[in-house]
Design a protein around this ligand. Structure first.
Ligand code: ATP
Ligand code: MG
Length: 564
């Protein structure tokens, strides 16, 4: 492809509305343009990458016996009503106004519809059905470019099996395909196991990449690979130190001191000797939760411990229950359950609220002063906490979900009546799995992990072109004819070549080559040409060397082989 004829509207400046690196670079390199919030057009260069990603996904799904479908994006609303998902999706679901249709945000319903009609016997299974197709979701806050679009490409696969044991096999096949896909794309990813949650399945895993653009907070152990959503991640606590000389409780007048930081500042103490109080309402009853210093309550851990309905108490409730406002609450004489985080286990000489506005207490001994106190792991895991699976430390960071594999079970087959007959002629619901990958997300996440201050850095697998060929001066016939010859020869050798044949300054061309990020750059210039040489640069490493024109082919083969 000749750049003079190719529509690649590169930008020098960072577009104002883009903050995420992949978004900025996809705009700057002329790969995408926004049409409206969360709705993007892929321009030729960007679409080329998207097609490469799709092809890798397709090959790996085919390799596990997947059969490719193409299901309609426009669905009768009725079938979505039968599974209860018009309500479950709520505002995320796009409705078509003049008809009872919805735009599909995923395709469990339509797959189950087909399964019901064609999969009648145990002999018809197992099946792995997949598609690479556009999905529609009215995401409330589309940002981060194509990472969260309102229209996006998803590879969604569904497995149909006779039993949960058979589903386990299908699930591990898809797991394998996912690992192959992400490996081939050159992504540095990790896997987070998740509980089945509200969807009624029996297990699921999320494939994620670390990124500032992520919206999920994850705790990860770089040593043993343990990873969990920070909401539920377990972490080890430091050894408990009970001080030898226990003090008696005493009141401290602390005017206008409300937060732990203000208390520490006022008393010149460390936050680790403070017990922070939070009041929750658990099925109508008050519960006092004590945390060390500024540690935050992990409400999903707390809900697991307490059971039932759990919500933070309102300010008026706090005053009624404790006699004090939020900043002065403490555990002494609290009427209700008192539960403290493990980091406070049996601690003494603590500072806490006095249940009296503008007062705190010192010398608090949880063992001595708080009857019937309970302890549990209640805090949100933080970077530096110990991993519970090995001896290393956890790192907590934000991450993006690339893909999801999920044992659905029989939720959809039961809702839509997709039944099969077993060997004995007995009827059972089909056991299903569903497996999704965001195709644009693979592309964006690759970029999040592979760029420098000059621009994109493509690997061999995803690069829109293998080689970026630059003719330094289009006014010199010798350069033009040699560049044209290389352009044609390299393509004959099977390389995809982007040829910068524009009549433009060298610096401008170099900048664009770095911005667009093809793995190999070849420069044809006057000086080197006189020695029958050209200059070759490896984009990823910046390595640059002169190559005899007659040896270019073999040199290129070696180079491309070394590129991941
Ligand atoms: P998220 O939590 O990020 O919203 P999700 O749990 O809604 O993701 P799934 O319903 O499991 O995602 O969809 C499967 C895959 O589709 C996701 O792993 C992700 O890669 C991709 N995906 C989901 N929503 C979007 C979106 N709005 N834009 C681009 N890709 C998306
Ligand atoms: Mg979502």
């Amino acid at each position: 492809m000749k750049l003079s004829k190719y529509f690649v509207p590169t930008l020098k400046e960072v577009p104002a509305d883009a903050t995420v690196k992949s978004h900025i670079l996809m705009l700057r390199s002329g790969m995408i343009r926004m049409v409206s919030a969360g709705i993007y057009s892929f321009l030729p260069l960007g679409y080329k990458v998207l097609r490469k990603v799709s092809q890798i996904v397709r090959e790996e799904m085919d390799a596990i016996g997947g059969q490719e479908f193409h299901l309609p994006a426009i669905n009768p609303k009725e079938i979505w009503e039968q599974t209860g998902r018009v309500e479950a999706f709520g505002d995320i679901l796009f409705h078509i106004k003049n008809r009872d249709y919805v735009l599909a945000p995923t395709h469990e319903e339509i797959i189950t519809f087909h399964a019901k009609n064609v999969v009648k016997s145990y002999k018809d299974m197992p099946q792995i059905w997949y598609q690479i197709q556009t999905k529609f979701r009215n995401e409330p806050r589309p940002r981060s470019g194509v990472i969260r679009g309102r229209q996006f490409l998803m590879k969604d696969a569904y497995t149909l099996d006779v039993s949960y044991e058979a589903l386990d096999i299908a699930y591990s096949l898809n797991d394998k395909a996912y690992r192959n896909i992400f490996d081939r794309c050159g992504l540095d990813y990790f896997v987070v196991g998740a509980s089945s949650g509200a969807m009624g399945g029996t297990g699921s895993e999320e494939f994620m990449v670390k990124s500032d653009a992520g919206e999920d907070s994850v705790a990860h152990c770089g040593s043993c690979g343990y990873a969990a959503n920070a909401e539920v991640a377990a972490s080890k606590v430091d050894a408990i130190v009970r001080e030898k000389d226990g003090k008696e409780i005493y009141d401290i007048h602390t005017p206008n001191v409300r937060t732990i930081d203000e208390l520490c500042e006022f008393l010149k103490i460390d936050e680790t000797v403070c017990a922070k109080s939070r009041v929750y309402i658990n099925d109508g009853k008050a519960v006092l939760v004590l945390m060390q210093g500024n540690d935050d309550v992990n409400e999903s851990k707390l809900t697991k411990v307490l059971g039932g309905n759990v919500r933070p108490g309102h300010p008026e409730e706090l005053l009624k229950i404790t006699g004090a406002d939020a900043g002065s609450i403490g555990p002494i004489d609290f009427k209700g359950r008192v539960i403290a985080d493990l980091k406070l286990n049996d601690r003494n000489n603590l500072f806490s609220g006095a249940n009296k506005n503008n007062y705190h207490i010192g010398g608090l001994d949880l063992k001595r002063d708080v009857t019937k106190i309970e302890y549990a792991d209640l805090r949100i895991a933080q970077s530096g906490d110990g991993c519970t699976k090995c001896d290393n430390k956890l790192e907590v960071f934000t991450a993006i979900e690339l893909g999801h594999i999920f044992k659905l079970g029989t939720k959809y087959s039961e809702a839509l009546g997709a039944m099969y007959l077993d060997e004995k002629g007995e009827e059972h619901p089909i056991v299903m799995g569903s497996y999704g990958i965001g195709v644009e997300r693979i592309m964006a996440c690759y970029i999040e992990q592979n760029y420098d201050d000059k621009g994109l850095i493509w690997n061999k697998a995803l690069a829109p072109f293998d080689v970026h060929l630059i003719a330094l001066n289009m006014k010199k016939d010798a350069i033009v004819s040699m560049a044209e010859k290389l352009f044609s020869d390299l393509q004959k050798e099977g390389y995809e070549v982007l040829f910068d044949d524009r009549d433009a300054a060298a610096g401008f061309k170099f900048n664009d080559a770095d911005l667009l990020g093809m793995p190999i750059q070849i420069v044809v210039g006057e000086r080197k040409l006189k020695e029958n040489k050209c200059e070759v640069t490896v984009r990823a490493t910046g390595e640059r060397f002169d190559v005899e024109l007659s040896e270019l082919n073999s040199k290129l083969k070696d180079l491309i082989d070394t590129l991941k």
